[in-house]
Design a protein around this ligand. Sequence first.
Ligand SMILES: NC(=O)c1ccc[n+]([C@@H]2O[C@H](COP(=O)([O-])OP(=O)(O)OC[C@H]3O[C@@H](n4cnc5c(N)ncnc54)[C@H](OP(=O)(O)O)[C@@H]3O)[C@@H](O)[C@H]2O)c1
Length: 269
Amino acid sequence: MSVMSDSYALITGASSGIGLEIANCLAEKGFNLILTARRENILEIASRDISEKYKVKVDFIASDLSDSSAPDQIFNFCVNKGYQVDILVNNAGYGIKTSFHETSMDEEEKFIRVLGIAVIAMTKIFLPDMIMRGSGKIMVVSSVAAFSPPSSIQALYGPIKTFMNRFSDSINMNYNHKGITSTAVCPGFTVTGFHTASGVQDEMDRVPKFMKFSAKRVALEAVEATLSGKSLCIPTKTYKILVFILKHIPQSVMSILGKGLAPGRYDKK
Ligand SMILES: NC(=O)c1ccc[n+]([C@@H]2O[C@H](COP(=O)([O-])OP(=O)(O)OC[C@H]3O[C@@H](n4cnc5c(N)ncnc54)[C@H](OP(=O)(O)O)[C@@H]3O)[C@@H](O)[C@H]2O)c1
């Protein structure tokens, strides 16, 4: 994709981790950026740093994607400023540590909104202009959890990521002939603020080193795959092999694996 001076990449969850690294990676390639997340002060600092470092235009808008009006707010911000969004990165996300039976329905609905409905809403709202221009790239940051057995934490995390993979695939299939591609990016364990924010940092600390990768490494592969229009990106060889195995083992083995992973896995001793 060629970089035009008035074209922008919009990144959700750009205040830390994978989103921030995707922002850096796209800026290095010359794309102007619109960053969004809830923490305005961090977005402001990141915008200044990135624009100084890569000499691209960077703007930001603080927005909470658990609020149903957020996608409209972000879209109106772009329209009012005259920003043409050619790359949409749906990355914002978090996990819930509390077991499903202990969370409120409100917590689960917010979770589904941020990881699922907001992705659909952002895609829905930015897609028509991409169709009009005959080009556009969408990235959906999903997870290896989309292929793994269910986990005892975050009963809904894997199912939503599976849904998002299918959603991305469906957008890719339906709009490819109009010059638009959608890439589902499925990282494995990545060293970011995710595990602290989700209350599972202790568990992340116990994951063997060879299974943990930097956000920069994940972002580089994600951006390359998105710009080249791949439908699926599983960053790193380690996780490509793991997903290959997960896709090919019989359902009965998956169930055994699931049982081993599920009960009390993250319970406090
Ligand atoms: N880290 C991993 O091991 C891993 C593995 C597979 C997939 N992923 C996926 O990668 C994506 C990015 O996660 P990360 O690891 O980079 O975690 P992170 O460092 O915690 O970043 C999450 C980003 O999402 C934003 N966010 C969270 N809730 C939000 C809300 N309600 N509204 C708007 N923005 C919100 C956060 O910003 P604010 O707090 O400023 O709002 C932050 O910028 C997520 O979709 C996650 O599911 C992560």
